[in-house]
Design a binder for this molecule. Structure first.
Ligand code: BGC
Length: 658
């Protein structure tokens, strides 16, 4: 069956350009099959008929998936969520979100991958491939330049062209290569024009340059004037709006909108319908509920990041005190449209540790909710008796939530104080941090022996965390956003001046690009994460394979007695640029299992885009001739190897097609 725009009346066509209700496309009285769209990205969030939320697998949030630095796990995450979509009848998962983490305050950082566009795009592409491999569609969102929640409906993100291209559009450009079925526009205006009406963004950049072939859907209520959205090639206004039809009809009659423009969008809606119909014939569930849960645990195991460890982890056999409500009921995900309702009953961290041989565990679930004196006192009492104390602290879904931003990146004073006081009575304190974005730990980090960043790791949190704490699994996650010393150290330039505009005066200097330029100390740098193993990097070789293609290879030796995975990172720096460029930029990475005593050769590929910046005079990507330094690191501030390449391209090949 082929759905052809020519077979529809004008009225039917105009109705198709907005939804039938909150989640479904228009069905033209049964003539056209309806497509059901439902949230993501941390699992399926689907409304049931009675308004309740259906139960689904609470996967680790995207921020934790990103910390795995393992595209295969991002793919697995997508494929697992797709199974829940098939079970409940969702055709398109409204995910993944790939917006850049410009500030740790952003209420939705837990839904996003990284402060780095290459990493965010690469992980998102794998996620889309995973979902779509199961014949469920995706919606890459929120296009574009939506980097915090404050006044997200109205405030213009005003930025220069290089920041737009190199930082904010770049993850979309990479992820679009997976051809998500849909892309969702953001709420905010970009440079004064709503994203939903922004032809430059939607048509010229997303469709013409990035080669996006699918449907563009509005974020829910992001369209202000339907005809302007259609003119910008936004195909589907969601959810149903009673204003859409009369607005479109009037605009057509006044000659503000041509039938050709209408047909273009309608055909994209019909193509989505066609995809759904075809997919329905191929869909099948292959994973049991238990297998989906096991995948959630596996991803969490690689997404948890060991930030600090002074010899206390893995936990030694003996008496362990497990303290904090988060160890009983960790925050599985942040709040808002991404919140997943699971019926999985979380196992207590204390029980999971006690199940292993040689540990005698006492617990007190104070902190979080139970902060009264009696509970805290009991906490101190068991901490005093124990060999090691594991304190779980963090933020909850009411603190990190869609719709508003955090006001602080510190823990509550009671949590900070409890950590400090416990460190005075027991020298072996391990802090497990449950948060969706960076936390300022300057008040207590020097007083404790270990810090584990758990993130919002989904329904498998405690299973994954316990396996890491006791050393069954060596931690292998690394940070995908910088943890600054404090909020004062983040870029707070001249922004949000009058409440109408957020001026991106930091330009391309976002995340580590900013801290590098400012030569600022940070608490934990981008790319940082410790292991129970020890890795030695050596033998950097760079082989030229094409005019601007290179193979960077190096060896990593695991000199410990523990099998472990290591994330190695390749950064590129232009030595004498004609324009301002970051100190270095991530252009490749690899995650490899290296067994105890083994030495492995790792190869990472670089291409034209690894060297290019967006040249606003040419309106093209431009790789200048001359020397570039190539760094291989265990983090952005732990560079182990350095090599050089020189580009000598002819004039034409120095510029991209676009
Ligand atoms: C969010 C989207 C979400 C949509 C549907 C919006 O408020 O920004 O991410 O997909 O609602 O729930």
């Amino acid at each position: 069956m082929k759905f052809d725009v020519k077979k529809l009346t004008l009225d039917e066509k105009l109705h198709l350009l907005t939804g039938a209700d909150l989640w479904r496309t228009y069905g033209a009285n049964g003539k056209i099959p309806q497509v059901f769209l439902s949230d993501g990205p941390n699992g399926l969030r689907m409304h049931a008929e009675d308004g309740s939320t259906k139960k689904a697998t609470a996967m680790p949030t995207i921020s934790v998936v990103a910390n795995t630095w393992n595209p295969a796990l991002s793919y697995l995450d997508g494929a697992t969520i797709a199974e829940d979509c098939i079970e409940h009848g969702a055709d398109v998962l409204l995910a993944p979100g790939v917006n850049i983490k410009r500030t740790p305050l952003n209420g939705r950082n837990f839904e996003y991958f990284s402060e780095d566009p290459f990493l965010a795009g690469t992980m998102a592409k794998a996620y889309i491939d995973g979902v779509q491999s199961k014949h469920v569609g995706t919606s890459l969102k929120h296009f574009c330049v939506n980097n915090r929640e404050y006044d997200r409906f109205y405030q213009t993100s005003e930025l220069d062209e290089r920041a737009l291209r190199e930082i904010y559009c770049r993850p979309f450009e990479i992820a679009v290569k997976a051809q998500p079925w849909t892309v969702m526009c953001s709420y905010n205006p970009v440079n004064g024009v709503y994203a939903s009406e922004n032809k430059y963004l939607l048509k010229e950049i997303l469709r013409d340059e990035f080669g996006f072939e699918g449907l563009i859907v509005s974020d829910w209520e992001a369209v202000h004037q339907s005809y302007k959205a259609v003119k910008a090639t936004l195909d589907l206004r969601m959810p149903y709006s009673e204003k859409a039809y009369p607005e479109l009809k009037a605009a057509y009659e006044k000659g503000l909108l041509t039938e050709e423009e209408i047909d273009y969008c309608v055909q994209n809606v019909l193509n989505l319908v066609e995809k759904k119909v075809q997919a329905d014939q191929k869909k099948k569930e292959t994973l049991t509920k238990e297998e989906r849960h096991a995948n959630a645990v596996e991803i969490a195991k690689e997404g948890i990041v060991l930030l600090k460890n002074e010899g206390v982890l893995p936990l030694k056999k003996g008496k362990v005190a497990v303290i904090g409500e988060f160890s009983e009921s960790p925050t599985l995900g942040g709040g808002g449209s991404a919140y997943v309702q699971t019926d999985f009953k979380q196992k207590f961290l204390s029980d999971l540790i006690a199940e292993r041989e040689g540990y005698s565990v006492q617990h007190e679930y104070c902190l979080g909710g139970r902060e009264h004196g009696t509970a805290l006192k009991k906490g101190y009492a068991i901490a005093y008796e124990a060999d090691t104390v594991v304190i779980s602290v963090g933020t909850c879904k009411e603190v990190e939530c869609e719709g508003y931003d955090r006001t602080t990146i510190r823990l509550t004073p009671i949590m900070e104080n409890f950590i400090l006081e416990t460190a005075k009575i027991n020298p072996n304190v391990v802090v497990c941090l449950h948060a969706g974005s960076a936390v300022d730990m300057s008040a207590w980090v020097d007083e404790v022996k270990a810090v584990v960043s758990v993130g919002y790791a989904g329904e498998g949190t405690n299973e994954a965390l316990s396996a890491i704490l006791v050393g069954e699994v060596s931690p292998s996650g690394k940070l995908t956003e910088t943890f600054p010393l404090s909020l004062d150290d983040t870029y707070t330039g001249e922004e949000t001046g009058n409440g109408l505009v957020e001026w991106y005066s930091d330009g391309i200097f976002v995340g580590y690009r900013y801290y590098d330029k400012a030569q600022a100390d940070v608490q934990f740098p981008f790319g940082h994460g410790l292991s129970y193993a020890n890795f030695v990097y050596s033998d950097l070789k760079i082989k030229q394979c094409g005019e601007s293609e290179f193979e960077v290879s190096y060896q990593i030796e695991n000199t410990s007695e523990v099998d472990a995975k290591e994330v190695s990172q390749v950064y590129v720096k232009q030595v004498f640029p004609m324009v301002v460029r970051p100190e270095k930029e991530l252009k490749g990475f690899s995650k490899d299992l290296i067994k105890a005593g083994e030495k492995k050769t790792v190869t990472v590929k670089l291409d034209f885009r690894s060297f290019a910046y967006y040249n606003t005079a040419y309106r093209r990507w431009h790789a200048e001739n001359g020397p570039y330094e190539i760094y291989v690191g265990a983090s952005s501030r732990d560079l182990r190897l350095c090599g050089k390449v020189t580009l000598s391209l002819d004039d034409a090949t120095q510029q991209s097609k676009w």
